[in-house]
Structure formats: structure tokens, C-alpha cells
Design a binder for this molecule. Structure first.
Ligand code: APR
Ligand code: ZN
Length: 271
């Protein structure tokens, strides 16, 4: 059963100090205070669509123009956002743990790249990254931070403006084989890449303290990690502004915004 926040922070900090291998799973809530909209809260709609309707291969095959407009918009929004105190607390904790010869890893479901921007290095972006593209034909993958990603998307993708379809030949193309590019993101109905799953499996095996931050814990496989670890008697702590399916299995539930709670849990200069 989860404990309430008050009085439990000091207790948690003592447990953290003794941990040898910390694993953190983050979701959209960790970026909420940077101004990146979450998926399932308000602000989850773009035009009349839910993000979950556009983040699919079916939607892309039906209209690569529409899906590229959506991703172009998200790239342009996220580009303006900065890591918040939650991202920074995680990046600093990683450095401190490494210095002490201990493990500290972050698995994120977020595609906004804000953990990278904050300086996290032991990072698994399990759903990909908005600023990485993949060729639909030859599978070439590369980082692409261009703004706009191609000329035809300039000033497009606005949530309240429905322009004409962009011809496929004018959408982003592979510089190796000239085929259509897509965002290197795991869409609904797609499998997480095997190399990523292997890395996650390794961290799950090694971890002795698991922190679940700002995720609704409904999208698998990430939603299953807390119960998997709890069954192995690994300490599980959750930070969220609401309760989730992970709350009842967590040893600690810290109720509140990640940018406020994480620094209290992780930083050294808190009394
Ligand atoms: N601090 C902590 N938690 C917060 C905050 C905050 N400031 N703001 C919101 N939250 C919590 C919400 O209560 C919710 O539980 O963050 C969670 C956000 O949930 P979702 O929007 O469902 O995001 P996430 O869990 O990351 O979604 C998982 O689903 O849509 C797909 O692939 C997409 O990676 C995404 C995955
Ligand atoms: Zn190609």
C-alpha cells in the first residue's frame, strides 16, 4: 500500500542513498511543467484528432501529409521548450550516482528530447524522438533538427488551420534513397525496437529501486514494469498528480508535480 507524501520524503531519501542501481520511468507528466501537452489530459487534441489517432501507421499510410503536419507542429512546439526542474534533478542525480560508482538510468516514454537537453546520458527513449527520422524504405535513421523539416511544411500544422494536402514528393525524403521519411517514433500498434527492449530488460534485472514519474501507466509494456518489479520485491515509488494503476502497488506515492517533488527526493542540498 502506498504511503502518503508527508513525512515519507526523508525515509525515501535514506533508501535512495543505499540503492546501487536506480531505474526511473518517465512519462508525459515530467514534461508538463515545461509546457509540453500530455497525451490524455486536456490539450491532447490536435485539430479534431486525438494524438492516438494520428500516431499510427494506418494514419500515415492514409495521409502522410496530415501525419507530417502533426509531427511538424509538435517538433516546432517542443523546440521552444526547456527542461524543467524534474529533468534537471534526474540529470544531476545520474552524475552523482556515477561518481559514486552506482547505476542511475532513465527510461522515458517521451519523444520530446528534454531529458537529453537536460544532460541525461544513461537514457533510453523507448518510444523514439521527435527529432529523429527513419526512411520508410531503406530504414536509414538520423537525427534531424531542421526547422521546418522541409519547405512545404513551413507555416503548416497549425491546430486551427486546415490547408490542402501536401504532395508526397514534397514531404521529407531520405538522403540515401529518396524515399519518404517518417518520424522515428513507436506508433500505436507497433512493436518497440528489439535493441531497446534488450536494454530495458537489462536495467530491469539490475535495478534495486524503481521510480515511476508522470505516466498514466496505461500503455504497455512500460505500464507493466512497476508490478513486475514489485513482484520481485524491488522498492517502487511513484510521483504523479493523480492516482494511476501503479499507485496501489507502489511502496511510496508522492502526490504532486514532478518538478516540485523530484528535486526534494533526489537533490543533495535538501534538509
Ligand atoms: N507532475 C507529475 N505528473 C503529472 C504532471 C506533473 N506536473 N502533470 C501530469 N501528470 C501525470 C498525469 O496525472 C498522468 O498520469 O502524467 C501522466 C500523463 O499521462 P499520459 O498523458 O497518458 O502520458 P504517458 O503516460 O507518458 O503516455 C504513455 O502513451 O500516448 C502514448 O506513446 C505515447 O509515450 C506515450 C504513452
Ligand atoms: Zn532511404
Amino acid at each position: 500500500m502506498a504511503s502518503t507524501t508527508s513525512g515519507k520524503i526523508a525515509e525515501f531519501r535514506r533508501l535512495l542513498a543505499n540503492a546501487r542501481s536506480v531505474l526511473v520511468l518517465t512519462g508525459a507528466g515530467v514534461s508538463a511543467e515545461s509546457g509540453v501537452p500530455t497525451f490524455r489530459g486536456s490539450g491532447g487534441l490536435w485539430r479534431q484528432y486525438r494524438a492516438t489517432d494520428l500516431a499510427t501507421l494506418t494514419a500515415f499510410n492514409r495521409s502522410p501529409s496530415l501525419v507530417w503536419e502533426f509531427y511538424h507542429y509538435r517538433r516546432e512546439v517542443v523546440r521552444t521548450k526547456q527542461p524543467n526542474k524534474a529533468h534537471i534533478a534526474l540529470a544531476e542525480a545520474e552524475k552523482r550516482f556515477e561518481k559514486e560508482g552506482k547505476r542511475f538510468n532513465v527510461i522515458t516514454q517521451n519523444v520530446d528530447g528534454l531529458h537529453r537537453k537536460a544532460g541525461s546520458k544513461n537514457l533510453i527513449e523507448m518510444h523514439g524522438n521527435l527529432f529523429v527520422v527513419r526512411c520508410t524504405s531503406c530504414n536509414f535513421i538520423e537525427e534531424n533538427t531542421s526547422s521546418p523539416i522541409c519547405e512545404s511544411l513551413r507555416n503548416r500544422g497549425l491546430p486551427d488551420e486546415n490547408g490542402p494536402e501536401i504532395d508526397e514528393k514534397d514531404l521529407p525524403h531520405c538522403r540515401k534513397c529518396r524515399s519518404l521519411l517518417r518520424p522515428h517514433i513507436v506508433w500505436f500498434g507497433e512493436q518497440i525496437w528489439n535493441d531497446v527492449l534488450e536494454k530495458i530488460e537489462k536495467e530491469i534485472q539490475l535495478c534495486d529501486l524503481f521510480l515511476v514519474v508522470g505516466t498514466s501507466s496505461v500503455v504497455y509494456p512500460a505500464a507493466g514494469y512497476a508490478s513486475l518489479l514489485s513482484e520481485r520485491s524491488i522498492l517502487v515509488a511513484e510521483i504523479n498528480i493523480e492516482t494511476t494503476p501503479s499507485t496501489s502497488i507502489a511502496n511510496y506515492h508522492f502526490h504532486g508535480p514532478a518538478a516540485q517533488i523530484l528535486p526534494q527526493l533526489l537533490s543533495t542540498n535538501v534538509n
